[in-house]
Design a protein around this ligand. Structure first.
Ligand SMILES: Cc1cc2nc3c(=O)[nH]c(=O)nc-3n(C[C@H](O)[C@H](O)[C@H](O)COP(=O)(O)O)c2cc1C
Length: 349
């Protein structure tokens, strides 16, 4: 069985390796693309020089199609009062770790898609450019479309899928609440009403005329086959790739994924300001997992960074974002190409 999306992109397998900022770069993307899936390069945490270097390395390692992924949030106005409340909430932890709070710079932790990035991409012409948190401005989008890239974005509700279709995207990633990392939600901010993958997927398939890619909790060949049976054009798999040697997942994160703790994940806004799913940590237990005190995305990150660094130095993930979805059973320390081929083993011929 070959889906329309595969034909459109010349993809051998209906597997999209989920872009995962902070835990992978070109090596994982190239391995998956070379295995016949669609590898993804997450760009949200790359400055222009790093983006250029990653794109060059990715092009050197694959001639197959790949996806580059960006966040497209509107940067918030800094709010000194909120930042002060956030630092006050973290003060006991600073004291515990001997950190001088006054020395911590404020500043963004994630950069939205911008004209500079669009220009860099024009020279590379990736087959797919995907966005999280809606879409960038029509002008930026026109720049991306100018070289013929397919544009994708995440939808966590039927309304978001319809909104994206109305703005001309080429495919929608239906992201269920099980998914690891940030929720792509952009029309709603209530996490209590977020929908599971296999409830969301068939509703989105019915609501839009576009190819729909299923994401969230899909960790093995049965999950992929189930997603395709429910109308998905492909499965987007993230967490299952985190132990692959090509991922840059930290030793600490890898150990957590392989421990019993990985069965307990929650959505938290403490690490960045937006809800994202990760393994429950001490910070999440003691201050959240959701908190009104955390500054707006992505401003929460700066104040956590020194705590994370200090704790990690002594081998503790108490203050680390250990992003993971609700299903870690597919995580395997095998080459990503091998995992990609395993994921398609149960698709009916
Ligand atoms: C560690 C991690 C980082 C992520 N970073 C991004 C990102 O940069 N951009 C994005 O669109 N999605 C990101 N996601 C979400 C994935 O695109 C996808 O929705 C999710 O991995 C699917 O669920 P699963 O993890 O259960 O497979 C991330 C997920 C994880 C686990």
């Amino acid at each position: 069985m070959t889906t329309m999306l595969q034909t459109m992109l010349g993809l051998e397998l209906p597997i999209i390796q989920a872009p995962m900022a902070g835990v992978q770069g070109h090596a994982l993307a190239a391995a998956v693309s070379n295995a016949g899936g669609l590898g993804s390069l997450p760009c949200a945490m790359l400055d222009a020089a790093a983006l250029k270097a990653e794109l060059t390395a990715l092009q050197a390692q694959t001639t197959r199609p790949f996806n580059v992924n960006f966040f497209c949030h509107a940067p918030p106005a800094p709010d000194a009062a909120r930042e002060a409340r956030w630092r006050a909430a973290l003060a006991p932890y600073y004291a515990e770790h001997g950190i001088d709070a006054a020395s911590i710079p404020a500043g963004p932790g994630r950069r939205p898609f911008d004209a500079e990035a669009a220009e860099l991409l024009a020279a590379v012409r990736p087959a797919v450019v995907s966005f999280h948190f809606g879409l960038p401005s029509p002008e930026l989008l026109a720049q991306v479309r100018a070289w013929g890239a397919r544009v994708w974005s995440s939808a966590t509700t039927v309304d978001e899928a319809r909104w994206l279709e109305a703005r001309g995207v080429d495919a929608v990633v239906a992201q269920g609440v099980e998914a690891g990392g940030h929720r792509g939600m952009f029309l709603a901010d209530d996490i209590a009403t977020q929908v599971g993958t296999f409830a969301l997927l068939p509703q989105v398939v019915r609501a839009v005329k576009l190819p729909v890619i299923a994401a969230g909790g899909i960790a093995d060949a049965d999950g992929v086959a189930a997603a395709l049976a429910l109308g998905a054009a492909a499965a987007q798999v993230g967490t299952a790739y985190l132990l692959c040697p090509e991922a840059t997942t930290s030793t600490l994160h890898r150990a957590a994924l392989q421990s019993d703790a990985a069965r307990t994940t929650a959505l938290t806004n403490l690490y960045t300001g937006r809800p994202a799913r990760g393994i429950v940590t001490r910070l999440m237990r003691e201050l959240g997992p959701m908190s009104d005190v955390a500054p707006a995305f992505p401003l929460a990150t700066a104040a956590i960074a020194p705590l994370r660094a200090a704790a990690e130095k002594r081998g503790s993930g108490d203050f680390s974002p250990l992003w993971a979805g609700q299903n870690v059973t597919g995580c395997k320390a095998v080459p990503a190409g091998e995992l990609t081929r395993e994921l398609v083993a149960r698709i009916p011929g």
